[in-house]
Design a protein. Structure first.
Length: 146
């Protein structure tokens, strides 16, 4: 999701929840994303995952931003839409994991523990490096639409 505040572009990024990500910041933030379900198209996945990770329903037409390959090999297909929301009010789904590993103790964590609006330059510092080009693509697409 992106918005304009006083004429300046801002993008919504989310921070992964759970123990592995708790002390990570720069390079840890991401766009809301997830796995494509069997028989589901990529745009439908983008809408579903955004809603699951933020509690917000994407509205309107989605702007395709292309795909990027992350360090671990995962391919992320991205779309953007214009909207506005209180980042502090997001409601993420949760997941269960054995923590600490091999302890026999299962804990539940939010998939996303927080969201924030960032101007593009700050978003590039915070986002997973493989996804930084998506911000460039968004800026070019919006400049071409003006």
């Amino acid at each position: 999701m992106y918005r304009r505040r006083e004429g300046a572009l801002e993008v919504l990024l989310v921070h992964p929840g759970g123990p592995f990500w708790s002390n990570k910041d720069l390079g840890a933030w991401t766009i809301p994303k997830g796995e494509v379900a069997e028989g589901e198209d990529e745009e439908a996945t983008a809408r579903r995952e955004f809603q699951e990770e933020t509690g917000l329903q994407p509205q309107g037409t989605l702007l395709p931003l292309g795909s990027v390959k992350q360090k671990g090999g995962k391919v992320v297909h991205a779309w953007a839409f214009e909207g506005d929301a209180d980042a502090a009010a997001i409601q993420s789904n949760t997941y269960r994991v054995e923590w600490p590993p091999r302890s026999g103790q299962w804990r539940t964590f939010p998939e996303v523990d927080r969201a924030e609006w960032f101007p593009p330059d700050e978003a590039r510092r915070r986002i997973n490096p493989a996804q930084a080009g998506l911000i460039d693509t968004l800026e070019r697409a919006l400049a071409g639409a003006s």
